[in-house]
Design a protein around this ligand. Structure first.
Ligand code: FAD
Length: 432
């Protein structure tokens, strides 16, 4: 390894790349790691949040050196006519604090910013301008890349960090305030009290197209603030257009972005909760797995990560089915009813759902009872081969071509195994 510039080159200093670098620094301080980021600091402009129950104790330990906002007394959800308080502890990390933490915790020279990687291969990376950095292993952490092999919808949001003139009076995070006009899909407002006079307000939509109209969403945040009597200075904004994956051909997705001998981590590798679009718990687990790996050559890491991604895809099938129901069975203005019903369930079940660790009993519980969508549409939604949109474009304001995935050369893997000819169609409660 000494003949290379570094042992491991991480391409992309976002959430997954940064956490892998940190886990390696803690558990494999003997390794020389390069974290190469195109932006002027690691982490971009995000606020990542999670439930305490999403992480194992080693996962929580990995994050504990960052400056994290912690809410120890649970959170609220609100739906028309009903609200609920749940006791699960909630956490949040701003990307500025992530960047500060990485700079403090990683050895000098590990992070290289404003470095656009133009090419990567099993032996190293090439920057714009031609500089070559050789490495014994390269891991691609460049973020989610939409493509034709996955189907689904989108979670689109605009968030605002406000410093209020007077205390805002919100005590707990409000993870979903869906008691708002449902416009164009499932809409809710997400509110984080960051301090007595600091609040984060995000207007979010589960919608069919990846369009984000900043002006309109900003005006709706203004209206929400006005209704709550919050005025003050805007100290930050963030936006997101995230995939909600309801099906697809994961092997084809992997083939499309595979570079021989290069590992792929983070959202790009498919380490995503299909329905919430969250990646943090999986990014933490992946970082720990890499740092624990016995064999750290590029090809070995590539195999390890591909296998973990396939396992993750298999184990999250249930959430893709639910997403299919949300997008294909429920009319956009009725989608909130699915969440309203879900949030009446047991708190531990909800925790396991967010952590993508639902048990068979949880899955049966989520699906049993009178569905909040017409039964025939629910069954249709989860039948094989009914994937609707593909994820070609996430460019703001430019919806992707919504093409049928039926009859393609690479049709999406059915959400259920296809029944033998003449056999009964799968039912929504099967194989959970
Ligand atoms: C605004 C926002 C809020 C979110 N909130 C949450 C949340 O609360 N909880 C949660 O779990 N998930 C959240 N997500 C979803 C998901 O966790 C994030 O998108 C997460 O950052 C994905 O991590 P990643 O490392 O895969 O990609 P990213 O964090 O996007 O990192 C990719 C990095 O690669 C860099 N890069 C790309 N190309 C190159 C190149 N050629 N050369 C060098 N560098 C390159 C980019 O600049 C970027 O920094 C949020 C997403 C967004 C957009």
């Amino acid at each position: 390894m000494a003949d290379r510039d570094c042992d491991i080159a991480l391409v992309g200093g976002g959430l997954s790349g940064g956490l892998i670098a940190l886990a390696l620094a803690q558990r494999r301080p003997d390794l020389r790691v390069a974290l190469v980021e195109a932006g002027d600091r690691p982490g971009g402009n995000h606020r990542w949040s999670w439930f305490e129950s999403d992480l194992t104790s080693s996962g929580a330990k990995l994050l504990e050196s960052f400056r994290i906002t912690r809410w120890g007394r649970g959170y609220d959800v609100c739906f028309p006519g009903v609200s609920r308080h749940l006791a699960t502890r909630y956490r949040s990390l701003a990307s500025t604090d992530f960047a500060e933490g990485l700079e403090r915790l990683l050895s000098k020279g590990t992070i290289r910013c404003s470095a656009d990687v133009q090419a990567l291969d099993r032996d190293g990376i090439t920057l714009a301008g031609g500089e070559r950095i050789t490495a014994s292993a390269v891991i691609d952490c460049r973020g989610f890349e939409p493509g034709p092999h996955l189907s689904g919808g989108w979670q689109v949001f605009l968030g605002r960090h406000l410093r209020t003139e007077t205390p805002h009076g919100i005590e707990h995070p409000v993870i979903m305030d869906a008691d708002v006009d449902q416009i164009g899909g499932y809409r809710f407002v997400y509110v984080l009290p960051l301090g007595p006079s600091e609040i984060f307000i995000e207007d979010t939509y589960y919608q069919d197209a990846p369009t984000l109209d900043r002006e309109t969403l900003a005006a709706r945040i203004d209206a929400y603030c006005q209704d709550n009597g919050w005025t003050g200075e805007i100290v930050g904004t963030e936006s997101g257009v995230l995939p909600v994956i309801t099906g697809g051909d994961f092997a084809a997705f992997q083939n499309r972005q595979r570079i021989e001998g290069v590992g792929i981590a983070g959202a790009r590798g498919g380490f995503v909760h299909p329905l919430t679009s969250y990646t943090l718990p999986f990014a933490v687990e992946t970082a720990l797995a890499i740092a624990e790996a016995k064999a750290l050559s590029g090809p070995e890491l590539a195999i390890l990560l591909e296998q973990r991604a396939r396992d993750h895809w298999r184990s999250t099938r249930f959430y893709r089915k639910l997403g299919a129901m949300l997008f294909r069975a429920a009319r956009p203005e009725d989608r909130w009813q699915i969440f309203d019903r879900f949030y009446r369930l047991d708190q531990r079940l909800i925790e396991r759902f967010y952590a993508a660790r639902s048990t068979r009993a949880d899955k049966a519980r989520i699906l049993c009872g009178r569905p909040p969508v017409p039964v025939h549409r629910a069954v249709q939604a989860i039948l094989p081969g009914t994937g609707r949109g593909t994820m070609r474009s996430m460019v703001e304001g430019h919806p992707p071509p919504i093409t049928s995935t039926r009859g393609q050369d690479n049709p999406p893997v059915p959400l259920h195994p296809r029944p033998a000819a003449g056999g009964p169609p799968p039912r929504s409660g099967e194989d959970l």
